[in-house]
Write a protein that binds this ligand. Structure first.
Ligand SMILES: [Zn+2]
Length: 78
């Protein structure tokens, strides 16, 4: 069974899928959504839960930007 295609909200590329066996041993396709990481304690945020569909690459980029912004705010610089 083929699952629906999901497009990354950021770059417009298709979200890649992986085939994995679920807990019942049935092979299913899963989307490889990117996860956001803003630095502790906001690590491993599933952006799909926030209504965003991001590929791993874009999630990585956004995470880095958010992390930098957060650090600048914490340091009171800029
Ligand atoms: Zn993307």
């Amino acid at each position: 069974m083929k699952i629906e295609k999901i497009i990354c909200d950021c770059c417009g590329e298709e979200i890649p899928t992986v085939k994995k066996k679920d807990i019942f041993g049935i092979e299913r396709e899963y989307y490889r959504f990117g996860k956001l990481n803003y630095g502790e304690p906001f690590t491993d945020i599933n952006c799909h839960n926030l209504g965003l569909d991001l590929c791993e690459r874009c999630a990585g980029k956004i995470s880095l930007e958010m992390y930098k912004t957060r650090m600048e705010m914490l340091n009171g610089t800029k």
